[in-house]
Design a protein around this ligand. Structure first.
Ligand SMILES: [Cu+2]
Length: 108
């Protein structure tokens, strides 16, 4: 019985190790632009239009220098808790030839 428990525990540890190995693969599989986390400061929130103006750091994956510009967000609900002046991190992706913010979060 003891041996059996040990074997099961070993299998669980092995499975966890496999998951840990697999996780970075999942994170890397979207388009490169989607994975990059960029720092920015919120300049203006336009929830009605689903847009946010960000003063952003360089975005290496799309070779964009630091600047202030408006972005469309994937879902206007993403803007609910944001206000001008907030420091954030965000990620962008290209959808239908348009840059779209796929995630944005107040920086801690
Ligand atoms: Cu820009």
């Amino acid at each position: 019985m003891r041996k059996f428990l040990c074997a099961r525990r070993g299998a669980a540890v092995f499975a966890a190790a496999l998951l840990a190995l697999a996780a970075p693969t999942y994170a890397a599989s979207p388009a490169a632009g989607e994975a990059e986390v960029v720092r920015a400061q919120v300049v203006k929130v336009d929830a009605g239009r689903g847009k946010v103006t960000l003063k952003h750091a360089p975005i290496k994956s799309i070779k964009m220098q630091a600047m202030t510009m408006p972005f469309k967000v994937k879902d206007a609900a993403m803007l609910e808790n944001l206000k001008a002046g907030d420091k954030v991190t965000f990620s962008v992706a290209t959808e239908d030839d348009e840059l779209v913010v796929t995630r944005i979060q107040v920086a801690k």
